[in-house]
Design a protein around this ligand. Structure first.
Ligand code: GLU
Length: 446
């Protein structure tokens, strides 16, 4: 069935790999089912939401390869929320409460001290007109809670299987703040109904919300969408990610030269039963991915694993896919240069360093030559073929040098590599040598 899904970030910061996960999973489900992907900014929190973050999110999603079919902002839909909130008040399901945060805190502490769950006692529901009058006279403004039906809510989760939550252990959630603004819970349901969302796929930090929201869905529309809750990504020390951790932001990964496909594959496959692996494109990822492959425990993010995947992808990337970016970096040399170096980079910008080695000079941290190789280098100069050079030049040269010096293997190749590139490892010299060229080779051997 064609699923209508949504990714609903709060634009309170730049998105990181943990936010990219639900975005991509929803995108893949839309792709697989010929459905629709809605990007909805949950920006009802006017204090923390910023237009700039929303724009960055759109840009980051585009970089990852996500093209929303529809974009919506909750801040532009407040009228609808007011209408529905009034309806809930008329139904007797939204009630005013006057406790201050301090008073609520004391209530919770008292309950905990008695070994009871800190569930709200519904004082607001039974206030008399006099009590309400007294609060209002004090200048207090009400916040509004949803009166939960204290029953068991069950759903078949697309990832976690059968789920059930006892709503008598859940506090009636606050839906409207004192200042009339909405918390996330209600607008999300209203929009999901209004936009025809058929499948809500999000992080498992929302499982309890789901019980509450299913009640709202049923009350407001008589039915509920499907739900799936994926595992969250944690960092190497086992902590959850936050938008303040700039280093794992999608923006930073882009700036550091990671491939969007590597980031996408990693964000999706890490924490599933499939190994993280290079794939040709997003279609291949959609083909491989299925919700029931997502594991239930948290998935650890290790930057080194991403680097490794990025390298594996680059090693197989054809020239046409990187041509423009290479040009923008000032790297010429066309396809032969790309093929010479792609096997030795983890991230694309590293090509610049090899371009520099080929055309400018040795790196500043060049490995020192062994003085005992002086005689060997003299022979290498003597046997260096004249230009024009091609892919066979290296072979011709080193074969002659082998015969002349009796050296072979590492003792033959390593002194040449060190002198010519400044490194003890790097691209195949057969392919790389022609880019260094006769004159620079001679200079570096001398
Ligand atoms: N704004 C919510 C979040 O970022 C959306 C959760 C949902 O998908 O319903 O966690």
């Amino acid at each position: 069935m064609a699923e209508i899904v949504r990714f609903a970030p709060s634009p309170t910061g730049n998105i990181h790999i943990g936010n990219a996960r639900p975005a991509l999973i929803n995108w893949l489900v839309a792709m697989k089912t010929d459905g629709q992907f809605i990007l909805r900014y949950d920006d009802t929190d006017q204090e923390r939401s910023r237009r700039e973050y929303a724009d960055n999110i759109a840009e980051d999603l585009a970089w990852l390869g996500i093209k929303p079919d529809r974009v919506e902002r909750q801040s532009e839909r407040m009228g609808l929320y007011d209408t529905v909130a009034d309806r809930l008040r008329q139904m007797g399901r939204l009630y005013a409460c006057y406790e201050t945060p301090d008073e609520l805190d004391r209530k919770r502490k008292r309950l905990r001290a008695r070994g009871l769950p800190p569930v709200y006692d519904r004082t607001g529901l039974n206030l008399t007109a006099e009590e309400i009058g007294a609060y209002e006279a004090e200048g207090r403004k009400p916040h509004w809670r949803f009166l939960l039906d204290q029953k068991t809510i069950r759903w078949e989760d697309g990832i976690r299987g059968e789920q059930s939550i006892e709503c008598d252990s859940v506090s009636d959630p606050v839906l409207v703040r004192e200042d009339g603004t909405y918390l996330y819970t209600l607008p999300s349901v209203i929009d999901d109904i209004d936009m025809g969302v058929t499948y809500v796929i999000r992080g498992d930090d929302h499982v309890t919300n789901t019980a509450v929201q299913i009640q709202l869905f049923e009350l407001l529309s008589g039915k509920s969408p499907k739900f799936a809750h994926h595992n969250l990504i944690i960092n190497a020390s086992g902590e959850g990610l936050s938008k303040r951790l700039g280093s794992l932001s999608i923006r930073t990964m882009r700036e550091e030269g990671y491939e969007p496909l590597a980031v996408a594959i990693f964000a999706v496959l890490n924490g599933t039963s499939d190994p993280v692996q290079p794939l040709a494109d997003m279609e291949a990822l959609a083909e491989l991915f299925a919700l029931d492959k997502v594991s239930r425990s948290a998935s650890k993010f290790d930057m080194a694993d991403l680097g490794h995947l990025n390298a594996r992808i680059l090693h197989e990337t054809d020239f046409a896919s990187v041509e423009d970016r290479l040009k923008a970096m000032g790297v010429a040399g066309g396809e032969p240069f790309w093929h010479a170096v792609r096997g030795n980079i983890e991230r694309l910008p590293e090509v610049k360093a090899w371009w520099h080695v080929a055309h400018e000079g040795l790196p500043s941290d060049a490995v020192a030559r062994d003085p005992e190789d002086a005689d060997f280098y003299a022979k290498a100069i003597a046997l260096l073929p004249q230009e024009p050079w091609d892919a066979m030049t290296w072979k011709t040269w080193t074969t002659a040098l082998k015969t002349e010096t009796g050296r072979k293997g590492k003792s033959l190749f390593m002194p040449l590599r060190v002198a010519l590139t400044g490194y003890s490892h790097g691209p195949e010299l057969a392919a790389f040598l022609p880019f260094i060229g006769y004159q620079r080779t001679l200079d570096r051997l001398s």
